[in-house]
Design a protein around this ligand. Structure first.
Ligand code: UD1
Ligand code: UDP
Length: 372
């Protein structure tokens, strides 16, 4: 039997998390020969995920440079992938989401007429500049891909509206598989005993407000507004601890450290590895974020999310009521956070809703379809 040659191509933290359970499923199958190529668009934050899930890539382009521009990342990846695709000659290249790696991974495959499968296809904000450049990346990938794995019916409908009809498979989002897998590893290995000692602030009885943020369209004034809001929330709600693992992008770190350092109940920490972050999220009261993955994970842990963006492509959580779109203006962020911290009825309602993004079986579905 000739095995199908599949190459998973990814480069950033969230892609690695979402690919980890898919890789496991594919490795179990006799009919699939799967290899991994990391572009390493992220370095430290990618390696944290590779370490935890014991992923050993066959190819590593190592393209990350401090404060890299979109031009640098795009051209570095494109050139690097030419050689990899030439050498392995996969039948399928699989990309995930909407990063530069995902777009260029698909483009480089198209140049060699290799079939492209797109995981987490069909997300749309309908604003080409927000998220930037992700909305354009995912539209372009949909034009190039042969198989489209969508997380929700809404995402499938978005593709249909653009005339993408063939080989659209609604499978859910593999981030939920990664989350369940990680929760079971934490439990099995009793990792919480270690994490409690490392981060005692998360176990001191005060309510935890967990924060993450990194979107390019928020660089500059919107990011400052987010930080001013956090400063105000910390000062008016002295019974909460704000914990913020700060993304390594210098455009994020500068305003965050300038505005938020030395505040007693604001804890700026380094990016956590995935199990530590999942554990911290499970101990948190609410989550303030602009992250795509965190919006998808939080409902499974019963954590209400305030989305600090002006638009989101993850509207399912907003429509279900487990998330609120609060924008990037400080007065709105302060107002909505204070309301959620004081209104128990609202809190209970938001934290008890089913997760619209997946059921934990997405990876199995993708591996099944890819091996046909
Ligand atoms: C990228 C993706 C974004 C995704 C996000 C997940 C693009 C254009 N952006 O944004 O879609 O949501 O990852 O986090 O594809 N850095 C490090 N170490 C790391 C990672 C980043 O030092 O491990 C710093 C470097 O200075 C790097 C900068 O962050 O140059 C920006 O990284 P980049 O991948 O270009 O953009 P992100 O903002 O991380
Ligand atoms: N995450 C993590 N450590 C952190 C912050 C986030 O492991 O310190 C995880 C989080 O659980 C989610 C993913 O990283 O699965 C989200 O990554 P990010 O917000 O960087 O990217 P996005 O999802 O917005 O593309």
């Amino acid at each position: 039997m000739t095995k199908k040659k599949v190459l998973l191509c990814f480069g950033t933290r969230p892609e690695a998390i979402k690919f980890a359970p898919i890789l496991r499923e594919m490795q179990r199958r006799d009919d699939t020969a799967v290899k991994v190529c990391v572009t390493a668009q992220h370095r430290e934050m990618l390696d944290q995920v590779l370490d935890f899930f014991s992923i050993r890539p066959e190819y590593d382009l190592d393209v990350m440079r401090p404060n890299q521009s979109l031009y640098d990342t795009t051209s570095g990846i494109l050139k690097g992938l030419e050689k990899v695709y030439q050498e392995f000659a996969p039948d399928h290249v699989v990309v995930q989401g909407d990063t530069t790696t995902a777009f260029v991974g698909a483009l480089a495959a198209f140049y060699k007429k290799i079939r492209v499968a797109h995981v987490e296809a069909g997300l749309r904000s309908s604003d080409l500049y927000s998220p930037f450049p992700e909305e354009a990346n995912r539209i372009l990938i949909s034009r190039l891909a042969n198989d489209h794995f969508t997380p929700t019916q809404k995402a499938s409908d978005n593709l249909k509206a653009e005339g993408v009809i063939d080989n659209v498979h609604m499978v859910g989002n593999s981030v939920i598989d990664a989350l369940f897998l990680t929760l079971s590893i934490i439990k099995e290995k009793r990792l919480d005993n270690i994490y409690e000692k490392e981060l005692p602030i998360a176990c001191g009885g005060k309510r935890i407000v967990l924060v993450t943020g990194h979107r390019r369209e928020s660089f500059g004034e919107p990011f400052k507004q987010i930080c001013y809001a956090l400063r105000e929330i910390a000062s008016s709600a002295s019974d909460v601890e704000i914990i913020y693992p700060v993304h390594l992008n210098p455009n994020v770190r500068k305003p965050v450290f300038e505005i938020l350092k030395d505040i007693k109940n604001v804890h700026l920490i380094e990016p956590l590895d995935y199990p530590r972050f999942v554990w911290l999220m499970s101990r948190s009261h609410i989550v303030l974020t602009d992250s795509g993955g965190v919006q998808e994970e939080a409902p499974s842990l019963g954590k209400p999310v305030l989305v600090m963006r002006d638009v989101t492509e993850r509207t399912e959580g907003i429509e279900a009521g487990s998330a609120i779109l609060v924008g990037t203006r400080s007065d709105k962020i302060i107002g909505d956070t204070s309301r959620l911290l004081s209104d128990n009825f609202l809190y209970e309602r938001m934290s008890k809703l089913a997760n619209p993004y997946g059921d934990g079986k997405t990876s199995m579905r993708i591996a099944d379809i890819m091996s046909r």
